[in-house]
Design a protein around this ligand. Structure first.
Ligand SMILES: [Zn+2]
Length: 333
Protein backbone atom coordinates (compact mmCIF):
# COMPACT_ATOMS: atom_id res chain seq x y z
CA UNK A 1 0.00 0.00 0.00
CA UNK A 2 1.01 3.62 -0.51
CA UNK A 3 2.95 5.34 2.28
CA UNK A 4 5.56 8.08 2.59
CA UNK A 5 8.35 5.55 3.07
CA UNK A 6 7.30 3.70 -0.13
CA UNK A 7 7.37 6.99 -1.93
CA UNK A 8 10.88 7.83 -0.66
CA UNK A 9 12.11 4.34 -1.61
CA UNK A 10 10.70 4.81 -5.12
CA UNK A 11 12.41 8.20 -5.46
CA UNK A 12 15.73 6.68 -4.33
CA UNK A 13 15.31 3.85 -6.89
CA UNK A 14 14.59 6.30 -9.69
CA UNK A 15 17.75 8.28 -8.85
CA UNK A 16 19.88 5.21 -9.58
CA UNK A 17 18.39 4.75 -13.08
CA UNK A 18 20.07 5.87 -16.30
CA UNK A 19 18.50 8.82 -18.13
CA UNK A 20 17.26 6.42 -20.86
CA UNK A 21 15.48 4.29 -18.24
CA UNK A 22 13.91 7.39 -16.67
CA UNK A 23 12.73 8.51 -20.09
CA UNK A 24 11.14 5.09 -20.70
CA UNK A 25 9.48 5.10 -17.29
CA UNK A 26 8.09 8.57 -17.92
CA UNK A 27 6.71 7.54 -21.32
CA UNK A 28 4.98 4.52 -19.74
CA UNK A 29 3.55 6.63 -16.93
CA UNK A 30 2.22 9.21 -19.38
CA UNK A 31 0.62 6.44 -21.44
CA UNK A 32 -1.20 5.21 -18.35
CA UNK A 33 -2.65 8.58 -17.41
CA UNK A 34 -3.42 10.23 -20.73
CA UNK A 35 -6.83 8.64 -21.38
CA UNK A 36 -7.99 9.60 -17.90
CA UNK A 37 -7.11 13.21 -18.68
CA UNK A 38 -9.85 13.53 -21.30
CA UNK A 39 -12.62 15.73 -19.91
CA UNK A 40 -16.08 14.33 -20.38
CA UNK A 41 -18.79 17.00 -20.56
CA UNK A 42 -21.67 15.38 -22.46
CA UNK A 43 -23.36 12.01 -22.85
CA UNK A 44 -22.18 10.49 -26.17
CA UNK A 45 -25.60 8.87 -26.69
CA UNK A 46 -28.00 11.80 -26.19
CA UNK A 47 -25.78 14.86 -25.81
CA UNK A 48 -27.13 15.69 -22.32
CA UNK A 49 -24.83 17.43 -19.84
CA UNK A 50 -26.56 15.69 -16.91
CA UNK A 51 -23.83 13.13 -16.31
CA UNK A 52 -22.35 11.71 -13.09
CA UNK A 53 -19.39 9.45 -12.30
CA UNK A 54 -20.51 5.87 -11.86
CA UNK A 55 -17.67 3.60 -10.72
CA UNK A 56 -15.04 2.08 -13.00
CA UNK A 57 -15.15 -0.40 -15.84
CA UNK A 58 -11.94 -2.24 -16.84
CA UNK A 59 -9.93 0.47 -15.06
CA UNK A 60 -11.68 3.28 -16.95
CA UNK A 61 -13.93 5.87 -15.30
CA UNK A 62 -17.55 5.03 -16.00
CA UNK A 63 -20.31 7.64 -16.27
CA UNK A 64 -24.09 7.50 -16.00
CA UNK A 65 -26.33 9.81 -18.00
CA UNK A 66 -29.28 10.98 -15.91
CA UNK A 67 -31.30 11.80 -19.03
CA UNK A 68 -31.08 8.58 -21.04
CA UNK A 69 -29.91 6.35 -18.15
CA UNK A 70 -27.14 4.82 -20.25
CA UNK A 71 -23.61 4.31 -18.99
CA UNK A 72 -20.43 5.01 -20.93
CA UNK A 73 -16.68 5.26 -20.44
CA UNK A 74 -14.08 7.84 -21.49
CA UNK A 75 -13.55 6.13 -24.85
CA UNK A 76 -17.17 5.45 -25.92
CA UNK A 77 -17.77 6.63 -29.54
CA UNK A 78 -14.08 7.51 -30.00
CA UNK A 79 -11.60 5.64 -32.19
CA UNK A 80 -10.02 4.39 -28.94
CA UNK A 81 -13.14 2.40 -28.10
CA UNK A 82 -12.48 -1.35 -27.47
CA UNK A 83 -8.77 -0.78 -28.15
CA UNK A 84 -5.94 -2.26 -26.07
CA UNK A 85 -3.72 0.66 -27.02
CA UNK A 86 -3.81 3.93 -25.05
CA UNK A 87 -4.36 7.37 -26.59
CA UNK A 88 -0.61 8.08 -26.69
CA UNK A 89 -0.04 5.11 -29.04
CA UNK A 90 -3.01 6.15 -31.19
CA UNK A 91 -1.55 9.63 -31.38
CA UNK A 92 1.71 8.15 -32.74
CA UNK A 93 -0.22 6.09 -35.33
CA UNK A 94 -2.20 9.16 -36.44
CA UNK A 95 0.97 11.25 -36.62
CA UNK A 96 2.89 8.63 -38.68
CA UNK A 97 -0.12 8.16 -40.99
CA UNK A 98 -0.34 11.93 -41.65
CA UNK A 99 3.38 12.08 -42.35
CA UNK A 100 3.12 9.21 -44.85
CA UNK A 101 5.19 6.61 -42.98
CA UNK A 102 4.77 2.95 -43.91
CA UNK A 103 2.82 0.61 -41.60
CA UNK A 104 5.95 -1.49 -40.97
CA UNK A 105 7.88 1.60 -39.87
CA UNK A 106 5.25 2.49 -37.25
CA UNK A 107 4.92 -1.15 -36.15
CA UNK A 108 8.64 -1.44 -35.53
CA UNK A 109 8.93 1.96 -33.86
CA UNK A 110 6.10 1.22 -31.41
CA UNK A 111 6.93 -2.46 -30.91
CA UNK A 112 3.53 -3.60 -32.23
CA UNK A 113 2.58 -6.06 -34.98
CA UNK A 114 1.81 -5.15 -38.62
CA UNK A 115 -1.85 -6.35 -38.34
CA UNK A 116 -2.30 -4.26 -35.18
CA UNK A 117 -1.03 -1.04 -36.83
CA UNK A 118 -2.91 -1.89 -40.06
CA UNK A 119 -6.17 -2.12 -38.05
CA UNK A 120 -5.49 1.11 -36.16
CA UNK A 121 -4.55 2.99 -39.35
CA UNK A 122 -7.72 1.91 -41.17
CA UNK A 123 -9.97 2.65 -38.18
CA UNK A 124 -8.42 6.13 -38.18
CA UNK A 125 -8.91 6.54 -41.96
CA UNK A 126 -12.58 5.52 -41.72
CA UNK A 127 -13.16 8.00 -38.89
CA UNK A 128 -11.36 10.65 -40.95
CA UNK A 129 -13.82 10.10 -43.83
CA UNK A 130 -16.70 10.62 -41.37
CA UNK A 131 -15.08 13.73 -39.97
CA UNK A 132 -14.67 15.27 -43.44
CA UNK A 133 -18.18 14.19 -44.54
CA UNK A 134 -19.65 15.90 -41.46
CA UNK A 135 -18.16 19.23 -42.54
CA UNK A 136 -18.21 19.03 -46.35
CA UNK A 137 -15.73 21.06 -48.38
CA UNK A 138 -17.40 23.70 -50.54
CA UNK A 139 -15.28 24.84 -53.48
CA UNK A 140 -15.82 28.54 -54.15
CA UNK A 141 -14.17 31.50 -55.92
CA UNK A 142 -11.63 29.88 -58.27
CA UNK A 143 -11.35 26.09 -58.29
CA UNK A 144 -9.11 23.92 -60.48
CA UNK A 145 -10.61 20.54 -61.38
CA UNK A 146 -8.67 17.74 -63.04
CA UNK A 147 -7.88 14.03 -62.83
CA UNK A 148 -4.79 12.07 -61.97
CA UNK A 149 -4.15 8.38 -62.60
CA UNK A 150 -2.46 5.73 -60.45
CA UNK A 151 -1.77 2.09 -61.30
CA UNK A 152 -4.28 -0.34 -59.80
CA UNK A 153 -2.95 -2.50 -56.99
CA UNK A 154 -4.01 -5.84 -55.57
CA UNK A 155 -1.64 -5.85 -52.60
CA UNK A 156 -2.25 -8.57 -50.08
CA UNK A 157 -4.51 -10.70 -52.29
CA UNK A 158 -4.43 -12.74 -55.49
CA UNK A 159 -5.08 -10.99 -58.76
CA UNK A 160 -8.84 -11.29 -59.51
CA UNK A 161 -9.61 -13.54 -62.52
CA UNK A 162 -11.25 -10.68 -64.48
CA UNK A 163 -7.91 -8.83 -64.49
CA UNK A 164 -6.44 -10.31 -67.60
CA UNK A 165 -2.69 -9.85 -67.04
CA UNK A 166 0.14 -11.25 -64.93
CA UNK A 167 0.77 -9.70 -61.50
CA UNK A 168 3.05 -6.64 -61.49
CA UNK A 169 6.21 -6.65 -59.39
CA UNK A 170 6.72 -3.78 -56.92
CA UNK A 171 7.64 -0.62 -58.78
CA UNK A 172 7.01 -2.20 -62.21
CA UNK A 173 5.46 -0.10 -64.95
CA UNK A 174 2.11 -0.65 -66.64
CA UNK A 175 2.09 -3.18 -69.48
CA UNK A 176 0.52 -0.85 -72.01
CA UNK A 177 1.65 2.67 -72.74
CA UNK A 178 -0.54 5.68 -71.97
CA UNK A 179 -3.67 5.62 -69.83
CA UNK A 180 -4.92 2.04 -70.10
CA UNK A 181 -7.40 0.11 -68.00
CA UNK A 182 -4.58 -0.65 -65.54
CA UNK A 183 -5.01 2.86 -64.16
CA UNK A 184 -7.48 4.17 -61.60
CA UNK A 185 -8.69 7.73 -62.07
CA UNK A 186 -8.70 10.04 -59.04
CA UNK A 187 -10.90 13.10 -59.56
CA UNK A 188 -9.42 16.15 -57.87
CA UNK A 189 -10.79 19.63 -57.26
CA UNK A 190 -8.73 22.28 -55.49
CA UNK A 191 -9.90 25.76 -54.58
CA UNK A 192 -7.03 28.25 -54.76
CA UNK A 193 -6.22 29.00 -51.09
CA UNK A 194 -9.07 26.75 -50.05
CA UNK A 195 -10.41 23.25 -49.64
CA UNK A 196 -9.82 20.07 -51.61
CA UNK A 197 -12.29 17.48 -52.93
CA UNK A 198 -10.93 14.18 -54.22
CA UNK A 199 -12.38 10.78 -54.97
CA UNK A 200 -11.48 7.79 -57.12
CA UNK A 201 -14.47 6.54 -59.08
CA UNK A 202 -13.37 4.28 -61.91
CA UNK A 203 -10.65 3.41 -64.38
CA UNK A 204 -11.30 5.68 -67.36
CA UNK A 205 -11.73 9.46 -67.53
CA UNK A 206 -14.83 10.47 -65.55
CA UNK A 207 -18.23 10.56 -67.21
CA UNK A 208 -21.07 12.89 -66.18
CA UNK A 209 -22.52 10.62 -63.51
CA UNK A 210 -19.11 10.08 -61.89
CA UNK A 211 -18.41 13.83 -61.81
CA UNK A 212 -21.84 14.41 -60.29
CA UNK A 213 -21.08 11.77 -57.64
CA UNK A 214 -17.79 13.49 -56.75
CA UNK A 215 -18.80 17.16 -56.83
CA UNK A 216 -22.50 17.30 -55.93
CA UNK A 217 -22.83 19.39 -52.75
CA UNK A 218 -19.20 20.54 -53.03
CA UNK A 219 -19.52 23.41 -55.54
CA UNK A 220 -20.71 26.85 -54.57
CA UNK A 221 -22.88 28.84 -56.94
CA UNK A 222 -20.74 31.50 -58.67
CA UNK A 223 -17.61 29.35 -58.43
CA UNK A 224 -15.31 29.67 -61.45
CA UNK A 225 -14.29 26.13 -62.43
CA UNK A 226 -11.08 25.77 -64.44
CA UNK A 227 -10.59 22.48 -66.27
CA UNK A 228 -8.76 21.01 -69.22
CA UNK A 229 -11.71 20.86 -71.59
CA UNK A 230 -13.08 17.39 -70.86
CA UNK A 231 -16.70 17.67 -72.05
CA UNK A 232 -18.24 15.78 -69.10
CA UNK A 233 -17.37 18.74 -66.82
CA UNK A 234 -20.31 20.62 -68.37
CA UNK A 235 -22.56 18.52 -66.12
CA UNK A 236 -21.35 20.66 -63.19
CA UNK A 237 -23.58 23.50 -64.42
CA UNK A 238 -26.53 21.24 -63.56
CA UNK A 239 -25.45 20.79 -59.93
CA UNK A 240 -24.37 24.40 -59.22
CA UNK A 241 -24.68 27.82 -60.84
CA UNK A 242 -20.97 27.81 -61.61
CA UNK A 243 -19.10 28.89 -64.73
CA UNK A 244 -16.63 26.61 -66.46
CA UNK A 245 -13.50 27.70 -68.30
CA UNK A 246 -11.45 25.38 -70.48
CA UNK A 247 -7.87 26.56 -69.92
CA UNK A 248 -6.76 25.38 -73.36
CA UNK A 249 -8.85 28.09 -75.01
CA UNK A 250 -7.45 31.14 -73.19
CA UNK A 251 -4.96 33.47 -74.83
CA UNK A 252 -1.29 33.65 -73.83
CA UNK A 253 -1.67 36.83 -71.71
CA UNK A 254 -4.31 35.13 -69.54
CA UNK A 255 -2.29 32.01 -68.74
CA UNK A 256 -1.02 33.54 -65.50
CA UNK A 257 -4.52 33.21 -64.11
CA UNK A 258 -6.15 30.41 -66.12
CA UNK A 259 -3.96 27.45 -65.21
CA UNK A 260 -4.14 24.15 -63.32
CA UNK A 261 -0.86 24.52 -61.40
CA UNK A 262 -2.43 24.20 -57.95
CA UNK A 263 -4.25 20.96 -58.74
CA UNK A 264 -1.17 19.62 -60.56
CA UNK A 265 0.86 20.31 -57.46
CA UNK A 266 -1.64 18.18 -55.50
CA UNK A 267 -1.26 15.42 -58.13
CA UNK A 268 2.51 15.35 -57.59
CA UNK A 269 1.91 15.00 -53.86
CA UNK A 270 -0.49 12.06 -54.44
CA UNK A 271 2.00 10.35 -56.79
CA UNK A 272 4.88 10.78 -54.33
CA UNK A 273 2.91 9.28 -51.47
CA UNK A 274 1.51 6.52 -53.70
CA UNK A 275 4.98 5.55 -54.97
CA UNK A 276 6.39 5.67 -51.46
CA UNK A 277 3.75 3.17 -50.29
CA UNK A 278 4.52 1.13 -53.46
CA UNK A 279 0.84 1.44 -54.28
CA UNK A 280 -2.22 1.34 -52.11
CA UNK A 281 -4.63 -1.60 -52.45
CA UNK A 282 -7.25 -0.28 -54.87
CA UNK A 283 -10.16 -1.24 -52.62
CA UNK A 284 -8.73 1.04 -49.90
CA UNK A 285 -7.79 3.83 -52.32
CA UNK A 286 -10.52 6.28 -51.28
CA UNK A 287 -9.59 5.96 -47.61
CA UNK A 288 -6.08 7.08 -48.60
CA UNK A 289 -7.34 9.75 -50.99
CA UNK A 290 -9.12 11.35 -48.00
CA UNK A 291 -5.84 11.23 -46.09
CA UNK A 292 -3.94 12.79 -49.02
CA UNK A 293 -6.37 15.73 -49.19
CA UNK A 294 -5.77 16.44 -45.53
CA UNK A 295 -2.02 15.78 -45.47
CA UNK A 296 -1.47 18.04 -48.49
CA UNK A 297 -3.12 20.95 -46.69
CA UNK A 298 -1.45 19.99 -43.43
CA UNK A 299 -1.02 22.81 -40.94
CA UNK A 300 0.90 22.74 -37.68
CA UNK A 301 -2.25 22.27 -35.62
CA UNK A 302 -3.84 19.46 -37.60
CA UNK A 303 -2.55 16.57 -35.46
CA UNK A 304 -3.77 18.14 -32.21
CA UNK A 305 -7.12 19.02 -33.86
CA UNK A 306 -7.71 15.52 -35.16
CA UNK A 307 -6.72 13.83 -31.91
CA UNK A 308 -8.98 16.01 -29.83
CA UNK A 309 -11.91 15.36 -32.19
CA UNK A 310 -11.40 11.61 -32.49
CA UNK A 311 -10.31 10.89 -28.90
CA UNK A 312 -13.06 12.83 -27.11
CA UNK A 313 -16.54 11.29 -26.80
CA UNK A 314 -19.18 13.11 -28.80
CA UNK A 315 -22.59 12.18 -30.16
CA UNK A 316 -20.88 11.11 -33.41
CA UNK A 317 -19.62 7.56 -33.22
CA UNK A 318 -16.12 7.38 -34.70
CA UNK A 319 -15.53 3.82 -33.62
CA UNK A 320 -14.94 1.11 -36.24
CA UNK A 321 -14.29 -2.53 -35.39
CA UNK A 322 -12.25 -5.02 -37.39
CA UNK A 323 -15.35 -5.88 -39.47
CA UNK A 324 -15.61 -2.23 -40.46
CA UNK A 325 -11.98 -2.23 -41.61
CA UNK A 326 -12.75 -5.22 -43.88
CA UNK A 327 -16.08 -4.06 -45.27
CA UNK A 328 -16.73 -0.33 -45.06
CA UNK A 329 -16.57 1.95 -48.12
CA UNK A 330 -14.29 -0.17 -50.31
CA UNK A 331 -13.64 0.86 -53.91
CA UNK A 332 -14.76 -2.15 -55.93
CA UNK A 333 -14.28 -1.54 -59.66
ZN1 LIG B 1 -27.64 10.32 -22.40
Amino acid sequence: MYSDSNKNQLIECIKTLSSEAIHMLLTLALRMIDVENITITICPYCGSEEIVRNGKKCGKQRFLCKSCKRTFVTTTHTILSMSHSPASIWREVVSDTLQGHAIDYTAERLGLSHPCIFGMRHKFLLALQDLIAADPVLLSQVAELDETFVLDCFKGRELPSEINRPARKHGAKAQKRGISNEYICINTGVQRNGGVVAEATNRAKPDKSELTQVYEGHLQDSCLVLCDGLKSYNVLKEIAKCSIQDIATVCKEEENFYHLNTVNNFHSFIKDRYDFYRGVATKYLNRYVTLFTLAWQQSGTILADLCSKLFTPSTTNYFYGNQGVKKERLLII
